[in-house]
Write a protein of this length. Structure first.
Length: 244
């Protein structure tokens, strides 16, 4: 039976983290929380849980570094251990831990690479209506990624993913912010990592959640995403030139 580490990147999720972890540990015994410098009591709550239950492991960033940095830490932890792969799941309650086994199964197939959740492959009862600006940005960037990289994604930003160990070894993300998944797509396409999507429910529990500062503006966010895509493509091209 394949053994995957399940990692949850967390920043200031004191309202959700206990409930989400209670669900995740019912599904898998191998759980890592990457606390990205939380300041709202999340760190203390996690420390209390480790002392009382010991059912999760916590790696804490001393200061907030960004979503991409938290996921990169999970990559390193998975590769440093005995795991066959890694599942990432957000801690804000939007993802359903009961789906973890389906992701692990798909990422354990021969030749598997990245299994990425898609909120737009099919409709589920109780699906939310996504905030219009977020849906529009996702559609635009997903279409641009597909055009640039020859992929067929329907959801470029879903944080619910599974990575085979082979895929983890091919990925070296450096982007620390929310655009880190775009860098992953560029690197995965260059390494010819197999990508499949699994449908997941579309749940927005807090439509007012901030991206932080200027990134709450859709146009600014789009420009940031395109800069990261451009830089990732340049880095991949430079790496190919060095190897040749």
């Amino acid at each position: 039976m394949p053994r995957f580490l399940t990692a949850l990147p967390v920043f200031n999720e004191v309202a959700h983290v206990a409930r989400v972890l209670d669900e995740v540990v019912k599904i898998t015994p191998d759980v890592l929380v990457v606390d990205d410098g939380s300041t709202d009591g999340t760190g203390e709550l996690l420390a209390d849980r480790v002392r009382a239950k010991g059912d999760v492991r916590v790696v804490r960033h001393a200061a907030n570094q960004g979503y991409g940095a938290a996921v990169a830490t999970a990559f390193r932890e998975a590769l440093a251990g005995p795991w066959d792969g890694l599942v990432t799941i957000d801690c804000d309650g939007q993802h359903q831990p009961r789906l973890i086994p389906a992701f692990v199964l798909a990422a354990s197939e021969p030749g598997a690479g990245i299994v990425s959740g898609s909120r737009y492959l099919e409709r589920f009862p109780g699906d939310s209506q996504p905030p219009e600006a977020r849906r529009r940005v996702n559609e635009e960037i997903t279409a641009e990624i597909n055009h640039r990289l020859g992929l067929a994604l329907t959801d470029a930003f879903c944080g619910f993913k599974a990575y085979s160990r082979h895929a983890l070894g091919a990925l070296h993300p450096r982007e620390t912010g929310y655009a880190m998944p775009l860098e992953v797509w560029v690197q995965a396409a260059a390494a010819e990592v197999r990508i499949v999507e699994l449908p997941v429910p579309l749940l927005y529990l807090d439509e007012t959640r901030s991206f932080g500062g200027a990134l709450d503006d859709a146009a600014t966010r789009l420009a940031y995403y395109r800069r990261v895509l451009d830089a990732a493509e340049v880095a991949v091209a430079a790496g190919r030139a060095t190897d040749s």
